[in-house]
Design a protein around this ligand. Structure first.
Ligand code: NAD
Length: 329
């Protein structure tokens, strides 16, 4: 275990990278050494704002750090991550890990060889509303997920499946611990030359079925998950940070802190539907991810989203994307 603060850098300080900079400055045990961005004006602006050294050369930065956040556009992730790992640096790669599966596999192989950590920024895994499900036994039979967002040009360098749906694919794979059996998918190109709306139906080998819909052509933002299983129904609003659970119990449970209890059948005291709204402590998921990365480098924790998990989410996303392309043409 490493006792000294971890020397850290941020590569790519655009819209999201600046927030990495902000958090590393306040995380205990992290020593933010500097930043690098190919846009030197942007680099100077963020360096000045946070009083951090803006490096003119990425290798100079790499020679001074233990690990880096890679927050460059997705098509650049593989090239930059390879450079960092070849310098034996631990990497936190924003999602999606890479554009192609071959790139992701190359990075995993390289990180094994160089004994470095790859963590992937599937930030929703740290959404407190999702974490609230951990106090329930979740064995889903059907899951429905919607992720809709108003259009912005950011993220359109990749199809909506790799930009937005991949968040939900990662959540899905973490909730349903079974291999994917069958995928059906459809989608449309509306505003860009790429796929802007996507729907997938995923069947897992354990017979769980999921329906996921993602769109970057919407008036209002929506990020909702519904989980159905024997004797339990949960809704998770990732945007509002609200989790609600309805479950069937044998007793009118007065000690569980349940918000509401009603008999399953009128006139019978055999079974009850209990409604619960778990208390959710608001925490910043990005800060939690980066604390986890620092602690993983220190050897105190393991990454919440590993490189393998990032790769597995990408594999499903690419299958969905390829099906949509076939469907459109
Ligand atoms: P952005 O375009 O705002 O910023 C990217 C920055 O990287 C720019 O400043 C650009 O100049 C710089 N850059 C480009 N090539 C570079 C290189 N080779 N070396 C150094 N810097 C380089 O993009 P963004 O919205 O901040 O997205 C960045 C990444 O973060 C993407 O992979 C995106 O998918 C991901 N992202 C994740 C989430 C999330 O919810 N986890 C949210 C937004 C973005």
């Amino acid at each position: 275990m490493i006792n000294e603060p971890i020397n850290i850098g941020v590569i790519g300080v655009g819209h999201l990278g600046q927030h990495h900079v902000k958090h590393y400055k306040s995380i205990e045990n992290s020593n933010l050494v500097g930043i690098f961005d190919v846009d030197s004006n942007r680099s100077k602006e963020i360096g000045g704002k946070y009083n951090i050294r803006a490096f003119n050369n990425v290798e100079d930065l790499l020679n001074k750090v233990d690990g880096v956040s890679i927050v460059t556009p997705t098509p650049n992730h593989c090239e930059t991550a390879k450079l960092c790992i070849n310098h034996k640096k631990h990497v936190f790669i924003e999602k999606p890990i890479t554009v192609t599966l071959k790139e992701a596999d190359d990075l995993l192989r390289l990180s094994k060889e160089k004994e470095t950590i790859i963590q992937v920024g599937h930030i929703e895994r740290l959404n407190p509303a999702l974490i609230a499900l951990n106090s329930y036994q979740i064995t889903p039979k059907f899951i429905e997920i919607h992720r809709l967002a108003p259009y912005t040009s950011r993220g359109t360098d990749v199809p909506v499946v790799l930009d937005k749906m991949i968040h939900d694919i990662d959540i899905l794979l973490s909730l349903v611990k079974s291999p994917v059996d069958k995928i059906q998918a459809t989608g449309l190109s509306i505003l860009t030359d790429s796929v802007d709306i996507a729907h997938a139906r995923i069947r897992f080998e354990n017979s769980t079925v999921a329906s996921i819909m993602s769109s970057r052509v919407a008036k209002d933002e929506v990020r909702k998950i519904k989980v159905f299983q024997k004797n339990l129904y949960a809704t998770i609003d990732l945007l509002l940070g609200l989790t609600e659970v309805y479950k069937i119990t044998d007793q009118k449970d007065n000690n569980s802190g349940a918000d509401m209890t009603v008999p399953l059948q009128n006139g019978s005291n055999d079974k009850f539907i209990v409604y619960e709204k778990p208390n959710i402590t608001k925490k910043d998921p990005l800060q939690m991810e980066l604390v986890n990365f620092i602690n993983s480098i220190k050897g105190k924790e393991t990454p919440i989203v590993t490189g393998e998990e990032g790769r597995n989410a990408l594999e499903v996303a690419i299958k969905i994307q390829n099906m949509i392309i076939q469907d459109i043409h």
